[in-house]
Design a binder for this molecule. Sequence first.
Ligand SMILES: [Zn+2]
Length: 365
Amino acid sequence: MTTRRDFIASASTFAGLAFVGCDMLASRHAHAQGARRETIVAGRRAKVIDVHAHCAVPEAMALMNLKLGGPTFRPDLHMGSTLAQRLTVMDAQGIDMQVLSINPYWYKAERDLAEKLIQVQNEKLAEACGAQPDRFVAFATVALQHPDLAVRQLEEGVKKYGLRGVSIGGSVDGLELSDPKFHPFWAKAEQMGLLVFIHPQATGAQTDLGKRLKGNGYLENVIGWPVETSIALSHLIFEGTLDRFPGLKICGAHGGGYLPSYAGRLDFGCPTRPDLCPGGPYGPIKKKPSEYLAQMYYDTMVFSPEGIRHLAAEFGANQLMVGTDYPFPWTKTMVDEVMATPGLSDADRIAILGGTAAKLLGIRA
Ligand SMILES: [Zn+2]
């Protein structure tokens, strides 16, 4: 039997070959015989789907004079040259499938450039998924700063390129996602029944908070990014976007930021200061704010079984999906954390590991 050590050695050999020009067949071969961790729940193999995994398309980045390199645009975001390494990590961590997303870097691009960039990007995403259809699907990317274009790109991304759902940032070039400008996008996502994955990007709250997040601790990310998601989801609730488009399926990255851990405060703001919420007990919205949180989905990027237990207790295990943030090395133990989460039934665990993602994204469970 091949040991883990042997397998890693052989996978890196194949990765080396791939680098000098041997193609993906090499990595496929390596993985056909490798040790792939299998997750068993109630005596049955559970499919694990990671809804928070990143990649990059250098051909699209080049249109904005960007290239891979450094800690943000990590070279291992590229699906082609580092695919064997990605599959090795997925196999070791027990991730059967990744749902690929790209953090928006194009929200300042003017229309023609944005149109070309997204077309190249979605096409390459589709190619990457098509090469390994049992391991990868991808969220469509859209130029949300041009909402009518984004609507078209969304439709094309799903119908022409077979992408599943769509990933967007937590704000768009200074505008909140609840801005009426984006209503056509939300209407289309709702009409098509697509999952919208909301992920913070560096031009959001991190930039606005500026010097407050300097100093030790990588605060621009560990605080700035969950704040960005928290602000985005709050506006979608309080500005009535979720009333206007009640069928929307939204997934908040990083466990939804801070909101799901502190949902109660959302409900008590308006009763405490009714003068700031004209029109009803919570302003013009129809339900209690935390009820909107309960209809959204969240990834499990909260780093502990207790954190996952809390999210499940607040909003239901069916609202949670595995997320790892690959290739950023935040966690290697997500499957263990879900398996160790107290109080879950077998059905809950199967749903979190991949059942819910399969349903939302049209993946065979
Ligand atoms: Zn991420």
